[in-house]
Design a protein around this ligand. Sequence first.
Ligand SMILES: [Zn+2]
Length: 305
Amino acid sequence: MIVLEDLMNNSFSITVDLEDWYHIPSVCGSPFAVYRSVDEFFEKWDDKYDFLTEPTKKVLDLLDEFKVTATFFAVADIVENYPGLIESVVERGHELACHGLHHTCKIDPETKKQLISNEEFEQRTLLAKRILEKVGGDKIVGYRAPNSLVGGWMLDSLERIGFKYDSSVSVNSLYNKTDSSLSTVSSTPYFPIENGLEVGGNRNLVEFPWAYYHNLLKIPASGGPILRFFGAPLVLNGLLQSLRRGHTVFYFHPLDISCAKFPSIGNNRPFYWSLKGKLVEQRIRYILKKLEDIDKICLRDYQGL
Ligand SMILES: [Zn+2]
C-alpha cells in the first residue's frame, strides 16, 4: 500500500526512452506522419534503420560510470527489430518499463481527443507488456505515454491491466500534451483522480511527473529536447528546485547523444535534430556529476510501489 507521506523524499529517478528516429510522430504513428504505422515503415523503408544500438551502448556505459540504475521505457517492437538490445539493458541491472507497442499517439496532438478506444489501448498495451516481460524476465509495472501525449482515461486502463505507475506528465507553461488542465499537479509523485490527471485520487496507480524549473514561467527540466535546446544549467536548476519539492524524474533518449546523421524525412526533422550528439552527452554528464550525491532509484523501487 502506498502512503502519501512516504512519497516525499530527496531522491530522483533517471529514465531513458528507448526508441529510434522513425518512432517519432512526424515519421510514424500520428495523424500527420509520413508512415501510418511502424509496420508500414518497415514494408517501405529499404535503407539503414538502426540508429539506436550505438548510442544505447554509450548510455549504458555512461550510467555504469556514474553507478546509476535507471528505468528504461522501451517501445516493445524494439525486441523484434533489434535482437539483443533490450537484453543488454536488463543484464546491466536496469528496470525495463513500457513505452507502447509501436510508439503511436493515443490522443490527437492538437485536439487531445482519443484516437483509439480504451479496449484497443488495453489490448495493445497488454501485448507490449507481455513482449517486454518475456525478454526482460520481470513483471513490467511502469508506463510512459509515447510523445508524452497522455489522457486521464489511459491511467484507468493502465491500472486495469496491471501497471503500478505512469510517468508522462510534464507541468509547464510551454505546452500541455494532456487532456487535463494540470492545475493541481506539481513535480512530485501523486495519485491521479479517476479518468483524469489531477491530484486527488484514491487508486493504486501513481503518477511520477517530470521535473520543472519555475521562475516566471514553468519550464520542463527533463527530457532530451529541453536539454538540447535550453542547455544544462536550466535543467540542473529545475532538477534542484524539483528535488526540494520531493522525488522527481529526469529523462533523455539515447538518440539525443547520437553523433550519426538521421534520415531527414518528416516535417521539421532537420531542425529537430540540429542539436544532439557529443554536446548533449557532455550536458548529461555535467548534470550527473552535479547530482552525484543524490540518491538515484529506478521507479519500480520507489517506496510503497
Ligand atoms: Zn518516446
